[in-house]
Design a protein around this ligand. Structure first.
Ligand SMILES: [Fe+2]
Ligand SMILES: [Fe+2]
Length: 258
């Protein structure tokens, strides 16, 4: 299947099966004209809700409750599904990007589909099904800004995914603290993959930036005006995960100081 057709099926899919479609063979011979997808179709009951106070995640001290951990996993699964869709968006929006870039986005998309499935499995073990709770637009609010591969990696890989280098281990630690080793192991797996996803973004930021500009400056300039670079980190900056992703010492120091 062509990457373009795959992306269209994911974005227009009205079942989770379509969203998680994983063809045996993916080709990229006819990427077609740029197509900026407006908003994804969703399975019944999984459309975007308005933001409310209930959007707040259960705080760490109540993670001893299985239901509260399941609520956290549901939110994370929602983020994974959004990541799947945003990556499909990128495949359609940037047909002229280097083949190597498109292949990397496709590989990452597949891993995000895997993450949705891992969360679904663990959630159901905790008594919750994907779609039982509201889902939010989140990343899709920023797609009008995603007009180039550089902007894409700056927002997706180097902001949302970079922040997960702090949040995934934080939640993993909390789940382990309350004896939920299975959920903790899941967060560990997510972290390992996320390190690679951030690494992908970093490598392409370096390839796509103006030679005279630093990585840090390029990243700041490529974010939507309403998006603070602070969104690229959690409460504690896990330096070792960033080093594993290849981020420079200068970048890590700058991040700690914003
Ligand atoms: Fe993911
Ligand atoms: Fe990711």
């Amino acid at each position: 299947m062509e990457l373009r057709e795959w992306a269209i099926r994911i974005l227009s899919g009205e079942t989770l099966e379509e969203k998680l479609l994983d063809p045996d063979e993916l080709t990229d011979r006819e990427p077609g004209p740029p197509l900026f997808w407006n908003e994804p179709s969703r399975p019944p009951g999984m459309g975007f809700n308005r933001r409310t106070k209930s959007e707040k995640l259960p705080p760490f001290q109540v993670h001893g409750s299985q239901d509260n951990r399941a609520i956290c996993l549901h939110r994370f699964a929602g983020h994974e599904l959004l990541a799947v869709e945003i990556m499909a968006f990128a495949l359609l929006a940037f047909p002229d990007a280097p083949k190597h870039f498109r292949r990397g986005v496709a590989n990452t998309l597949r891993e995000e589909q895997g993450h949705v499935q891992l969360y679904m499995k663990r959630m159901s073990e905790l008594g919750l099904q994907f779609g039982d709770l509201p889902l939010y637009r989140h990343f899709w609010s920023h797609t009008p800004h995603l007009t180039s591969p550089l902007r894409y990696v700056s927002l997706m890989s180097l902001t949302f995914e970079q922040a997960n280098l702090d949040f995934a281990p934080l939640y993993g630690k909390s789940f382990a603290h309350f004896g939920d080793q299975a959920s903790a192991a899941l967060m560990q797996k997510i972290l390992a993959d996320e390190i690679n996803h951030v690494s992908f973004g970093w490598q392409w930021l370096r390839k796509l930036k103006e030679p005279s500009q630093s990585e840090w400056q390029t990243w700041q300039d490529s974010l939507p005006p309403i998006m603070s670079p602070k969104r690229g980190k959690g409460f504690v900056v896990h330096e070792e995960h960033r080093r594993q992703a290849g981020l420079s010492t200068e970048w890590i120091e700058n991040l700690k100081n914003i």
